[in-house]
Design a protein. Structure first.
Length: 143
C-alpha cells in the first residue's frame, strides 16, 4: 500500500488494484463505486501517481503469471488476451506520417508519372526509346 496516501478508501483501492488489476474489484474492496476512482484520478495528483505505481505492480504480476504458465506448458490464450487488453502485448503495428501525424496518401496523375519517369531516367541512365509504329501497324522498339 503506498505510504503517501492517507485516505483509507484510496489506500484500500490502490492495494486491491495492485494485487488484482481490476478497477471494479478494487472498488468493491475499498467500498466505493468504480466511478469514484476516476474522480480521484482527476482531482488528486498524488493519487494518480500512486495509481500508476499500482498499475505497474498489477502489470508485473500479470507478466509473472504469463511466464509461469508458459514455462509450465499450460494454455496461455486467456493470459494473452489480458495482456492485449492492457496494451502489454500487441501484434499490430501503427504507421504514422511526418511528426507522428496521419499518413498522407497521394494519387499520381499521368503527368506526375511522366515527371517521375524523366527523373528516374536521368538517375538510372537513358531509357529505351518509345515503340515506333511500323507501316503495317505493329510496333518496333528501336533496338
Amino acid at each position: 500500500m503506498p505510504r503517501r496516501i492517507r485516505h483509507s478508501k484510496k489506500a484500500l483501492f490502490l492495494e486491491a488494484y495492485g494485487n488484482g488489476g481490476v478497477v471494479t474489484q478494487a472498488a468493491l474492496a475499498a467500498g466505493v463505486h468504480r466511478s469514484r476512482h476516476y474522480q480521484w484520478l482527476e482531482e488528486d495528483s498524488q493519487y494518480a501517481e500512486a495509481f500508476d505505481e499500482a498499475q505497474a505492480a498489477a502489470d508485473d504480476a500479470l507478466l509473472v503469471e504469463v511466464r509461469k504458465r508458459a514455462i509450465e506448458g499450460k494454455d496461455t490464450t486467456m493470459m494473452i488476451v489480458q495482456l492485449k487488453m492492457r496494451g502489454l502485448f500487441n501484434d499490430r503495428r501503427e504507421i504514422t506520417g511526418a511528426g507522428g501525424g496521419p499518413v498522407t496518401l497521394a494519387v499520381l496523375t499521368d503527368e506526375d508519372r511522366a515527371i517521375a519517369s524523366r527523373i528516374a531516367t536521368r538517375r538510372l541512365g537513358p531509357a529505351l526509346p518509345p515503340p515506333q509504329p511500323h507501316s503495317n501497324g505493329s510496333t518496333h522498339n528501336g533496338s
